[in-house]
Design a protein around this ligand. Structure first.
Ligand code: NAI
Length: 474
């Protein structure tokens, strides 16, 4: 007879492993099945986020920022260094060490919480059974009262620019270049393209980002996107908009990328090409015939507002379902489903999920943009405040950017808060808390903010909604 659990979680990324730990905390007999193999070829928990996404990219963003500051940023402070060098292998090694430390940390948390871990590929069979194929090819079937599908997402591959992991790479490949490419091409001016483009630009690569849409960061607030584009271009990142790629050919040690923009057909010649045109749900091979679980037109597992698939005891969370493909959104869904299974009121509010792009300056927001509100016919008012007028930002030499607060025109309820600037990945959470508590711009405006801090920009932007910012002319 197959081993019986209360909960089987398929996928050990931030949605799956977090859900598994929460289920075990609630007293449920839980197993997590995960197929990921780390760089050393050994099973590694943590999924894309920990192994080849959020964590390693932040490690490299930090290393490259330190180098860039040493070369360019510290001069105004009176600090200079001759002959500064970047040893890429040390930087990549540091990144790998951080990844290993955190992946091992999940193993330790599993042990401490009594979550079982099966390394291998999990496939949902009918009647809440799961077939697990281990890395040596051996198979076993396990069963549970509840199965949580948390299989994540994979990069979208362009048919004319297939990943060869040497010249044409995805996010994982762009974290492991052996040296700084002289010329790096990036298809897609999205989150991955801008973050990894920034890493290699700071280390000296000539970076050209080729984006199909005519608008830069089309889903981001337009004022924020304008400032971000200006700052990225100042850093030397070339951004080509409205450019449709048609072919990428590897010729010798170069990639020749063909694209067309308003001026006609062009070829961009680069040493490495990063393709970052979005991700798709990793649902292939996950479902056997007859499970009853349905996929939507984009291959995502269909779920309701509570991540239930409509099949008794089968749930799905994270990147493989609707909603933003963000680690923290997946984690919240994992927790919510574990709590629902345990008879508690689990819940995720998709309207207050924060977004962050970890470039320099950082971009962060929560809630709706002006464009979305206009499209929905919701009346609103805005207030904004520049970091250039914030004493702490000037002291830090981090004056680029601003905070914009959007509130309902009649009720003053916060509808969206958008930021570009230093440390906004942290500042945005003040807005998330305020919005979760259904706060108003007036609430933010009446909260005392420490001086001198960057958070005063949030305070002043909230005051500006009512045209009463103190340190600017309203
Ligand atoms: P993305 O959806 O952020 O951006 C892809 C970009 O590529 C879009 O601007 C799109 O218009 C463009 N594009 C699509 N096809 C194209 C083509 N043929 N030629 C030129 N441009 C084209 O996707 P990205 O950057 O790959 O990231 C994938 C996912 O990973 C995102 O959904 C994001 O949520 C998540 N992620 C989040 C991070 C964060 O929270 N900081 C970091 C990295 C990834």
């Amino acid at each position: 007879m197959s081993e019986q659990y209360d909960v089987i979680v398929i996928g050990g990324g931030p949605a799956g492993y977090v859900g598994a730990i929460r289920a075990a905390q609630l007293g449920l007999k839980t197993v997590c099945v995960d197929a990921f193999l780390g760089k050393d070829g050994k099973p590694a928990l943590g999924g894309t986020c920990l192994n080849i996404g959020c964590i390693p990219s932040k490690a490299m963003l930090d290393s490259s920022k330190q180098f860039h500051n040493l070369m360019h940023g510290f001069k105004d402070h009176g600090i200079s260094a001759d002959n500064a060098k970047m040893d890429v292998s040390v930087m990549v090694g540091r990144k790998d060490k951080i990844v290993k430390q955190f992946s091992g940390g999940i193993n330790a948390l599993f042990k401490a919480n009594k979550v079982s871990y099966l390394a291998g590929f999990g496939k949902l069979l009918p009647n809440r059974q799961v077939e697990v194929t281990a890395h040596d090819g051996s198979k076993q079937t396990i069963a549970a009262t509840n199965v949580i599908l948390a299989a994540g997402s994979v990069p979208i591959e362009l048919p004319f620019a297939k990943f060869d992991n040497r010249f044409i790479v995805d996010n994982a490949g762009a974290l492991d270049f052996a040296s700084v490419p002289k010329r790096l091409g990036v298809i897609g001016a999205g989150v991955v393209g801008l973050e990894l483009g920034s890493v290699w630009r700071r280390l000296g690569a000539e970076v050209t980002v080729v984006e199909a849409l005519p608008e830069f960061l089309a889903t981001v607030d337009t004022d924020v996107a304008r400032v971000a584009k200006r700052e990225f271009e100042k850093q030397g990142i070339k951004i080509l908009l409205g450019a449709t790629c048609s072919n990428a050919a590897i010729k010798g040690e170069e990639v020749h990328l063909r694209f067309a923009d308003k001026d006609g057909e062009k070829t961009l010649v680069v040493d490495k090409l990063l393709v970052a045109v979005g991700r798709r749900a990793n649902s292939s091979g996950l479902l056997a015939d007859g499970t009853g679980v349905k996929l939507d037109e984009r291959g995502r597992i269909q779920v309701d507002a509570h991540c239930w698939t409509g099949v008794e005891g089968v749930w799905a969370v994270g990147d493989c379902v609707r909603g933003p493909m963000l680690a923290h959104k997946g984690s919240e869904e994992g927790i919510a489903v574990a709590e629902i299974i345990a008879g508690k009121p689990g819940h995720v509010n998709l309207d207050t999920i924060p977004w962050v792009i970890y470039t320099e300056p950082e971009v962060a927001w929560v809630g709706k943009t002006e464009a979305q509100l206009k499209a929905e016919g919701i009346p609103y008012k805005t207030g904004s405040f520049p970091f250039a007028a914030i004493g702490r930002a000037v002291a830090m030499n981090e004056t680029a950017g601003m905070v914009k607060v959007i509130a309902h025109a009649d009720t003053d309820r916060l509808l969206g808060v958008h930021m570009v600037g230093a440390c906004v990945s942290e500042l945005v959470h003040e807005a998330v808390v305020a919005m979760e508590f259904h706060g108003s711009a007036e609430d933010l405006a009446r909260i005392c903010h420490a001086h001198p801090t960057l958070s005063e920009a949030v305070h002043e932007a909230a005051l500006a909604v009512d045209k009463r910012a103190i340190h600017k002319v309203n």
